[in-house]
Write a protein that binds this ligand. Structure first.
Ligand code: ZN
Length: 460
């Protein structure tokens, strides 16, 4: 019997030792950079998203958030960070946190949760991305961009959603990806660190795993958004449950009253719109920082000399050397002088290509391509529908190509649009849109084809 007690003690200390240590990844930015980037992106998010002013909901989210923040381990506390928690009145199941602390939790997430622990689980995961500084750590790898140039990309990633005009399609493009969409290792880190923070805050870490299951089950139009930003590193449920065994929940929270009350309150409110519905109006008001003049239409022929660009960790492309790279707020366009500008507050171009990634839910290339073109048509009402798709390839991947016609909003001239699409590993659609006036398409069509031939995909 004596032995048994001793064994038990040993066993317990082994369990405690089994808690996984998490080391923040390398980062070339300072914590002050995180704060600056996060605040700018926060201002943009507040402009674009319907943030709830409802005290009952706001104070609830704030209380859960503060409870978690108070449990951040000392070595991960950044005194300059400012943690804020806001609810967004949309029904998609999603949440995101920005560098330096601002967090947004969709109403749909709170409504889908079965316990407060499940809400806290998603928030602890998001909070862990912030304290481990994953956003700027990932951006550290995209060395060519400086802080100022990162900002638009974050905004684009926030408001992009799944639909919208040609501008909004490039939602996960390049650096936007770097801030809000993480790889497997960072996801695993956020899960593990999140489970530690939860336990210290009085929540059962297994509720995080439960919430991920709930999100996966939702599927359809409400679920995969969060999952595509936070891909499952594989056996997520199992390793969180395993980690939970090594953790002691401090002063477990037993009062479920506040959670029940906020859910009842939300149920009584009018149904929330989707993010797509909610941001449509914000988007047609124009791209942030817009203004400017329409394209002049006086354009030099494509140079036979070329220049190569590497975009984040997404792709590399070689274009005529007299085309400029226009990272813009959410799309990357390569176009010659005189071919780009603003019409009705929207970025537009008459000659050149736009390259990006679009989220989609169908993993079938043909369907995803048709949906993508539907999205283009929303911002370009005179765009024709695809007649047929030709089978081509992009960097060895099977791809589709189709030619459409449009009337330019900028010049009133007829233009030809060629769209190339292929599917990336994660199920995102990679696209290239080439634009030229119809009577110059003989020349430009060949250039577009050559440019597409130079594309090398890193995220394939
Ligand atoms: Zn994540």
């Amino acid at each position: 019997m004596h032995n048994h007690g001793h064994m038990k003690h040993l066993f317990l200390s082994l369990l405690i030792a089994a808690q996984t240590a998490i080391t923040p990844p390398e980062n070339k930015y300072s914590p002050a950079d995180d704060v600056k980037l996060g605040l700018d992106a926060k201002a943009e998010a507040e402009q674009q998203l319907p943030v709830m002013r409802d005290d009952e909901v706001t104070s609830y989210i704030d209380a859960v958030g503060k409870r978690l923040v108070a449990s951040i381990p000392p070595d991960l506390r950044h005194p300059e960070f400012r943690y804020t928690f806001q609810a967004v009145n949309v029904r998609d199941i999603n949440a995101f946190a920005l560098p330096g602390g601002p967090m947004f939790v969709n109403r749909g997430m709170i409504e889908a949760a079965r316990t407060e622990g499940e809400v806290a689980g998603v928030m602890a995961h998001e909070l862990s991305h912030v304290v481990l500084r994953h956003g700027t750590a990932q951006a550290s790898k995209a060395t060519k961009y400086e802080i100022g140039e990162l900002l638009g990309a974050i905004g684009g990633a926030i408001i992009g959603g799944r639909t919208g005009s040609i501008v909004a399609q490039a939602t996960q493009f390049g650096l936007g990806t770097a801030f809000l969409r993480f790889g497997r290792e960072f996801e695993r880190q956020a899960d593990i660190e999140g489970s530690h923070i939860m336990a210290a805050a009085g929540y059962d870490p297994r509720d995080m795993a439960n919430m991920f299951k709930t999100i996966e089950k939702q599927g359809g139009s409400g679920g995969p958004e969060w999952l595509s930003d936070h891909p499952n590193p594989g056996n997520r449920y199992d390793y969180i449950t395993q980690e939970a065994k090594a953790l002691r929940v401090e002063n477990p929270l037993r009062d479920t009253h506040a959670f029940e009350q906020v859910q009842a309150h939300l149920k009584a409110l009018p149904r929330a719109p989707t993010t797509e519905e909610a941001t449509k109006n914000a988007r047609t008001r124009g791209t942030p920082g817009g203004g400017g003049t329409p394209p002049s239409g006086r354009v030099e022929a494509p140079s036979s000399r070329t220049q190569t660009y590497t975009e984040g960790e997404v792709f590399r492309v070689t274009v005529p050397s007299n085309w400029r790279e226009l990272p813009g707020s959410s799309a990357v366009t390569f176009a010659p002088e005189g071919a780009y500008g603003q019409v009705n507050g929207q970025g537009t171009f008459t000659h050149g290509i736009e390259i990006g990634i679009s989220r989609n839910e169908s993993h079938d290339l043909q369907t995803a391509s048709a949906e993508f073109i539907d999205g283009l048509a929303q911002g370009n009402p005179r765009l024709s529908r695809p007649g047929r798709f030709d089978r081509v390839s992009i960097d060895g991947l099977s791809a589709l190509r189709t030619v459409l016609t449009n009337t330019s909003e900028a010049t009133g001239r007829d233009e030809s649009i060629v769209v190339y699409t292929t599917m990336l590993r994660g199920g995102s659609l990679f696209y290239v849109v080439g634009v030229a006036p119809r009577d110059e398409f003989n020349q430009y069509g060949n250039v577009f084809q050559r440019v597409v031939g130079t594309i090398r995909l890193m995220d394939r």
